[in-house]
Design a protein around this ligand. Sequence first.
Ligand SMILES: Cc1cc2nc3c(=O)[nH]c(=O)nc-3n(C[C@H](O)[C@H](O)[C@H](O)COP(=O)(O)OP(=O)(O)OC[C@H]3O[C@@H](n4cnc5c(N)ncnc54)[C@H](O)[C@@H]3O)c2cc1C
Length: 396
Amino acid sequence: MDASLNAEELAFREEVRTFLREKLPKDIHARWLESGKIFPDRDDAVRWQKILHEKGWIAPNWPVEHGGPGWTATQKYIFALETASYGAPPVIPLGLGMVAPVIMKYGTDAQKAHFLPRILATDDYWCQGYSEPGSGSDLASLKTRAQKDGDDYVVNGSKIWTTHAQFADWMFCLVRTSDEPKRQMGITFLLIPMTTPGIEVRPIITLGGHHEVNQVFFDDVRVPQSNRVGPEGEGWTVAKYLLEFERGGNFASGRIALNMARLKRLAQTNGMAAEPDFRRKLAELEIKAETIAISELRMLSKLKTGDNPGVEASIIKLRGSEVNQDVTELAVEAAGLYALPFEQLEQAMGDNRAAVAQTEAEAGVAPRYFNYRANTIFGGTSEVQRGILAKASLGL
Ligand SMILES: Cc1cc2nc3c(=O)[nH]c(=O)nc-3n(C[C@H](O)[C@H](O)[C@H](O)COP(=O)(O)OP(=O)(O)OC[C@H]3O[C@@H](n4cnc5c(N)ncnc54)[C@H](O)[C@@H]3O)c2cc1C
């Protein structure tokens, strides 16, 4: 990668590194490195995002007129790589990366004026109400219903796997406003304040031991019609546009580099790095990581010429999530007994945790292993990505 960076880009990379060293609060950094979660909790996320906002770096993909930094594709790549490999918490994509582009394209002038500055400053915290108990990959089968009543819609139904609904001020939500022969018709895109009476958020505790996802219930929840984005019944078009941002153009190798570095530290500390079989597995992972970096460079060259990310986006999502799973799996092997989740470790060893958890890396090994199982599910499952690749790339 170095070879293809010009002097300005190298200077930019240095600026990003210096900024991370100087401005990422040490406590947030340490918490994130140890946590093993998918996203940081709201307090840390908001504090860090406001620091990025102050610097003008919070929304790399936003157009300049809305507050984006006006970066080239290479600068965006450098920023993504550097922040992830340094171990900065990821920016929560739900507001900035997902609903904001939708509001820019389909929102009314009033919606743009109200929401976009608040999303940019992380004054509002968002969650995504797409999936339902019976509707995930087959999203168009969704059943949550919105009935018109005066100036409002009245919403009834349930959403599931809703990331950070417990923290959110707003949900962007797909609801069914009519029954049509084609299921994709009759869906509407609504913005729902989470404080509205009739909304109940129930936690789902994942195997990693964290509360990051929820089931959300709607019982006669009144939502003003002015909170609709796009025309009634045409929410599928809006929803698909949003999915392009959720699923497309993300880089994975920064996170892989962070996890690989963590794994190597762990293996060096406890002697596993000297085992020939373990070293072979590590080498195989390095090669896999390298192939992802190559796909990213291919995607970057498309983005540089203004093209869409194309099939590389699916390849990176598919392989990036799988390699990250492999890395976290090998970390469990490296940590052995010490990979046991913290509570179980305490039960097994008494409360003398300091004596058993040898390194910082071991602290999050098990939660990270469990949480990374979800990476091949959210944002389009691996099977769905393979379906896309079979059609788009292999012409099957
Ligand atoms: C940690 C986490 C966070 C999430 N956060 C959110 C959120 O904030 N908001 C939200 O709306 N949703 C969220 N989701 C839900 C996520 O989008 C869905 O889990 C995902 O779309 C898969 O849907 P499903 O769980 O219903 O599985 P299903 O779609 O029922 O899939 C079950 C299995 O069948 C396979 N399958 C399904 N269709 C096909 C096909 N056409 N071809 C081949 N195989 C297929 C799948 O790959 C999978 O292996 C989250 C999920 C997780 C795990």
